[in-house]
Ligand binder design. Structure first.
Ligand SMILES: CC(C)(COP(=O)(O)OP(=O)(O)OC[C@H]1O[C@@H](n2cnc3c(N)ncnc32)[C@H](O)[C@@H]1OP(=O)(O)O)[C@@H](O)C(=O)NCCC(=O)NCCS
Length: 157
């Protein structure tokens, strides 16, 4: 699949709306609170890096990361359900891992029951370093009100 990884340089409402749709679509099975337009806009305004994957001018996925001198983290990564398992996530993750200004380790949090993402991160050598109890709140579906632990994973650059 011919693709491009794009850096969101300016506040572009159409793109941000599309990212919200991809995020909601990718995460709906978990029952966590859905991200809305303001969530992503706030991250953008607060200096998070947003990279999105396009193929034939269609946005198929994106990754949001924070880079700083002493701490780097992946805030989220999401690939449209229809396009999962086609190396879109891999291209996004590798883009961040190889980002020129990134130095030091890279951290992320992932729900303990998100086996797809856990396998994905393990495949790229992320290691679990700790656990955060009751980190995510399930806000819809049959498990509404329950909490899910998160694993903290680290990639050594
Ligand atoms: C996790 C996610 C980002 C992965 O993106 P993706 O585009 O589906 O994954 P890719 O096709 O790029 O997979 C890359 C590699 O990971 C492996 N992988 C992906 N999903 C896997 C799974 N369920 N089990 C085992 N390995 C898996 C693939 O085998 C692939 O390896 P390969 O390069 O040797 O073929 C995507 O599935 C997603 O958006 N999930 C929902 C949102 C989410 O959970 N985000 C992470 C929250 S922390």
């Amino acid at each position: 699949m011919k693709y491009k990884i794009n850096f969101l340089k300016e506040n572009n409402k159409d793109i941000l709306i599309k990212l919200v749709e991809v995020h909601q679509n990718a995460f709906k099975k978990f029952g966590f609170r859905s991200w809305n337009y303001k969530d992503i806009l706030d991250l953008f305004n607060n200096g998070s890096y947003i990279f999105y994957y396009t193929s034939n001018n269609k946005i198929l996925g994106f990754i949001i990361a924070n880079f700083s001198l002493d701490f780097n983290e992946i805030i989220t990564i999401a690939v449209d359900n229809i396009y999962q398992n086609r190396n879109v996530g891999k291209a996004l993750l590798m883009y961040v891992v190889n980002y020129p200004t990134l130095s030091g380790n890279l951290y992320l949090e992932v729900a303990v029951n998100n086996y797809q993402a856990l396998n994905f991160y393990r495949k790229f050598s992320f290691k679990t370093i700790s656990e955060r109890k009751n980190y995510y709140l399930i806000c819809c579906g049959k498990n509404k009100g329950k909490r899910v632990d998160a694993l903290v994973m680290k990639y050594v650059l």
